[in-house]
Design a protein around this ligand. Structure first.
Ligand SMILES: [Zn+2]
Length: 208
């Protein structure tokens, strides 16, 4: 439950600074006419509404980006020695179906997938960083009774890195575990510095 929340919150965290960058020039623009003329108050109000609409667009994009067949998102946040990874993938990529299991075979497939995701063996970090898994868990919408929608799998991994300055690379072994997965959109925040890249089967290393 809480891990699902982290998976949902992390993209929002990552979008946060980007939204600020956009909001800043708009704010400056608002200020200039207001200081010169009073009758621009109406425009100012309009700008405000417009900005509000933009925020909603961002929310929608995050939602859409979160569930794409063939694609998964992985966020990585390093703060000091603590590294948090959150993976979210359409269930289609992981088990090939997106509804609650209707037989034992499907129940076993889900259990196996959750096991694999929670073992964190699908990612390899720079060896010199000496990161050790502190906790890892995985869950899925598909285990909710009667689930019929486009369900996701989530994995949350917490690591402690002895030498975080050496954390320069991430290698994803996820593709060989999940044949339907084509790409992983990776976003990272490493001690305040952020970036993004796409990993694929043939290009599964990300450099920060
Ligand atoms: Zn779907």
């Amino acid at each position: 439950m809480s891990s699902k929340l982290i998976a949902l919150l992390l993209p929002a965290l990552l979008l946060g600074p980007a939204a600020l960058v956009q909001a800043h020039p708009a704010h400056q623009h608002d200020k200039a006419p207001k200081a010169e003329q009073h009758n621009h108050d109406h425009d100012h109000k309009h700008d405000h509404d417009h900005k509000h609409a933009h925020d909603h667009d961002h929310d929608d994009m995050t939602q859409l980006g979160a569930h794409v067949h063939g694609a998964a998102t992985l966020t990585l946040v390093l703060e000091g020695n603590e590294l948090q990874l959150a993976l979210q993938s359409a269930a289609y990529n992981i088990v090939g179906f997106e509804h609650a299991p209707s037989n034992n075979e499907q129940r076993q497939e889900i259990a196996l997938a959750l096991d694999n995701l929670a073992q964190a063996t699908w990612l390899t970090l720079s060896r010199d960083a000496h990161c050790e898994v502190q906790s890892a868990d995985a869950n899925t919408d598909l285990t909710e009774p009667g689930y019929t929608g486009h369900g996701d799998f989530y994995a949350n991994i917490s690591l402690l890195c002895q030498n975080p300055a050496r954390l320069q690379q991430l290698e994803l072994g996820l593709f060989s575990l999940t044949p339907a997965l084509e790409k992983v959109e990776v976003q990272w925040v490493i001690n305040g510095r952020q970036g993004a890249a796409t990993a694929t089967l043939n290009n599964n290393s990300i450099r920060f």
